[in-house]
Design a protein around this ligand. Structure first.
Ligand SMILES: [Zn+2]
Length: 110
């Protein structure tokens, strides 16, 4: 297990849906980041979305609606968030570290 203090310092303290497609994450160190909801959905790394063995993406972005958004966000221990999505996808686990690198990415152009 990673050291608790470090884990907590890099944990989100608040997640808000700030727009129809935008989430805002506030981190324990005071940084606030915006995340495009659909980009977050597309970045899901669960076994349904990414091949566990090859790492190849299995998710077809065309099957993800433009207005996809989280229905429920729950903490998983002290290291990740479990997000239930409006497109019925509910197996996504997002480690904090992954979230932090995803934040502030620009939404893909369609
Ligand atoms: Zn997934």
């Amino acid at each position: 297990m990673p050291d608790d203090a470090a884990a907590l310092a890099s944990a989100p303290t608040k997640i808000d849906q700030t727009g129809p497609r935008e989430l805002s994450i506030t981190w324990a160190d005071g940084v606030t980041q915006a995340i495009d909801a659909r980009s977050l959905r597309l970045a899901c790394a669960c076994a349904h979305c990414v091949d566990e063995w090859s790492g190849e993406p299995r998710l077809d972005p065309d099957t993800v609606p433009d207005d996809v958004h989280p229905l429920r966000i729950e903490p998983v221990g002290r290291y990740a968030l479990h997000i239930t999505w409006s497109d019925t996808h509910d197996s996504g686990i997002y480690p904090f570290r992954h979230l932090r690198t995803l934040a502030n990415t620009t939404p893909p152009k369609r």
